[in-house]
Design a binder for this molecule. Sequence first.
Ligand code: ADE
Length: 182
Amino acid sequence: MEKLRESLHEAPIIDKDGYAYLVHPLSNGVPMLEPELLREVVVGVTRAADLDVDKIVAPEAMGIHIATALSLQTDIPLVVIRKRSYGLDDEVPLHKTTGYSESEMFINDIEAGDDLLIVDDLLSTGGTMASICEALDGIGANISDIVVVFRKQGESALDGTDYEVTSLVDITVDHDGVTIHD
Ligand SMILES: Nc1ncnc2[nH]cnc12
């Protein structure tokens, strides 16, 4: 994970109302994403994840490019959990709460009994991930694995649940930079 580690130390950190916010190619689309970094991350996810699944599930927006590359590599279909409703028959809404906001997301094309791998860029408060897991559970799907690139250390809404998250790197972010925890 050499390029990923390097990229974390090079990424800008901005002040968002006193909060140290990491701006990283994978999570924010800026600075530009080098193919070598994306490739390293996708190889890392491929090695870390349970790939004996029916579908890869990624929330919009910043899980999509990682999950797309993984889908191309593995031939496993990709389901995007979207911010928009299209009103199709099997649409399942979910209500999510993050550290910053509350909103709805929408799922289609997941059936009871599907084995799923959830992929995302970053786990922070775990609010989005917990809502996604509850909604997928509610449909009757099996969450076989959850893999994120970055996990911010600290409390998460997934603490004390049965959902286990694998991360490629665990980090803390402050105004002086990113610390990687091995
Ligand atoms: N980009 C980011 N930097 C720091 N904390 C975050 N929590 C969620 N996204 C974050």
